[in-house]
Structures are given as C-alpha cells and as structure tokens.
Design a binder for this molecule. Structure first.
Ligand SMILES: Nc1ncnc2c1ncn2[C@@H]1O[C@H](COP(=O)(O)OP(=O)(O)O)[C@@H](O)[C@H]1O
Ligand SMILES: [Mg+2]
Length: 253
C-alpha cells in the first residue's frame, strides 16, 4: 500500500504542475582541462506546498543544485524551470524576477549584526516596491512574533543566541510570503533542540503560507518534517525506494 506522502505526491503530480522542474540538468565547474562535472542528469520536480529535504554526503552537489534552483547560479545545460521561467540562458533581469519570489536561509544566519532583529527583517521588505512604508514595521514585528521573538524585536542581532538569530533569518525569508523557500544546512550551527525548533518553525509558517520548501541537510534528526526526501550522491540523484517512500529512519539509523 502506498503511504500518505506517496499518494499526496502522486495526486499533486496529476493535478498540479511543478513549481520547480529540472530535466536532464548538468552542471560543470572550471574551464578547459580543469572542467569538472558537478551535477549529472538531474531530474526533479517539486510541487507547490511541498517540503522537500535533500540530503547526501558532503561534496555530492547539494549546494550546487540548491543555488541553481534558487536562480543564484546560471543553469548551463538541460532544462530548469522555476515559477514558469526557463533558467537555462535566462538573462539577469529574468533571474532577478525569479529571485524576488524566493526566500533564502543559509547555514550562517547572515544577519547584519549592527541592526536590530526588526531592522534585519524590514530590509527584506524594502527590496520589494509593492509594500507601503507604513506597513513594513508592523509586518516585520508580526512575523518576529510568529517565530517566537515578540520580545526581541528591538534587540541587536549581535545580542541574540544562535537559535534566535536563525529564527530572525527565517522571519526575514518568509516575511514577504515567497512562493519558494530554499534553505542550505539551516541547523548546522545549532544544538539539537534549537535546530529542531527552527525547522518546526519553518514548517509551521510554510504550511500556513502555502509556500514550498527545499531544504538541504546532513542532519538526520530533522528528516521527519519533510513530505519527501531526495538523496544526492556523486552529483546524481539516487533513487532509493526507502527514502522516496517516506521511511528515512530505516535508511539512516
Ligand atoms: N565554485 C566552485 N568551483 C569549483 N568547484 C566547485 C565549486 N563549488 C562546488 N564545487 C565542487 O562541486 C562539487 C559539489 O559541491 P557542493 O555542491 O558544494 O556539494 P555539497 O553541498 O553536497 O557539499 C564538489 O566536488 C565541489 O568541490
Ligand atoms: Mg553544501
């Protein structure tokens, strides 16, 4: 019997078109003799509202694929569609347009430490011209409350703990209600409890907003928040039935 995740994914694939779709995607670093292939024939469809976790050994190509799927790196060969935009041979303006609809969370929180939590979140809204100046403050404070930092809104980023900083980074990524959130090892610098809190927060907010999450992690303690897990090895997506059928612990423990 297919389990629920599998059935949901199956239904989605029949009813909805992917929000991100990679087809025979290859990627290379370097030139001439130094040219080295980092991604091989990647085929991956991600559907609206899904939480997909990508895992696999260090150096297997996870960050390379994530940055391509976020429009942060130019796609070279094959096909990659993000939010209906073909990214192979896309120009700078087309890439910018895609990036504006994506929230990013990195391993290091990348907050500006000389700004307060709210000022850091505000910056993300100020980059979009559709928000009115008088709304920006309230929206920033509200999302900080939603990640449990209502009492830290005016604290400088420098004075927050690692887990709190990462929650500010989540607030900053989600405040503009992006359609897609990409996270690269968001719990790597956190202890077990903070790491868990942070991903549960992401999961809750994303489900409320209906946004799609692609999260790269080594951390097998958080795999259960995923609707689907994909495994990368040596630049290829591995077809592992134990993973795609939603039984990650059997594979990792
Ligand atoms: N900017 C770069 N220049 C050259 N090689 C790179 C670059 N970024 C990554 N690589 C190589 O591509 C491969 C995949 O790296 P990466 O995507 O960072 O893996 P992961 O995130 O799974 O650890 C590795 O062999 C890495 O050395
Ligand atoms: Mg990486």
């Amino acid at each position: 019997m297919p389990n629920q995740t599998f059935t949901t994914t199956l239904n989605q694939s029949i009813l909805t078109k992917p929000i991100i779709s990679a087809c025979n995607l290859n990627h290379y670093f370097g030139e001439g003799e130094l040219r080295k292939q980092a991604l091989f024939d990647i085929n991956l469809d991600i559907y609206p509202g899904e939480i997909v976790i990508m895992t696999g050994p260090s150096g297997s190509g996870k960050t390379t694929l994530l940055t391509l799927m976020g429009g942060l790196r130019s796609a070279q060969e094959g096909s990659l569609t993000i939010l209906d935009q073909q990214m192979c041979r896309a120009n700078q303006q087309q890439m910018m347009q895609v990036r504006r609809q994506i929230g990013y969370i990195f391993q290091a929180h990348n907050l500006l430490t000389f700004l307060t939590a709210k000022q850091n979140v505000r910056m993300s809204l100020e980059l979009h011209d559709e928000y009115l100046e008088q709304d920006i403050d309230g929206m920033s404070a509200d999302i900080l409350k939603a990640v449990g930092l209502g009492n830290r809104v005016d604290y400088y980023a420098d004075s927050l703990s690692g887990g709190q900083k990462q929650r500010v980074a989540i607030a900053r990524a989600l405040v503009s209600h992006p359609k897609i959130v990409l996270a690269d090892e968001p719990t790597a610098a956190l202890d077990k409890k903070s790491g868990r809190d942070v991903v549960e927060m992401m999961q809750k907010l994303a489900k409320q907003q209906g946004c799609t999450i692609l999260l790269v992690t080594h951390d097998n303690r958080i795999l259960d928040i995923a609707d689907r897990i994909v495994y990368m090895e040596d630049g290829r997506l591995a077809d592992n039935p134990a993973l795609t059928l939603g039984e990650p612990h059997r594979f990792f423990d």
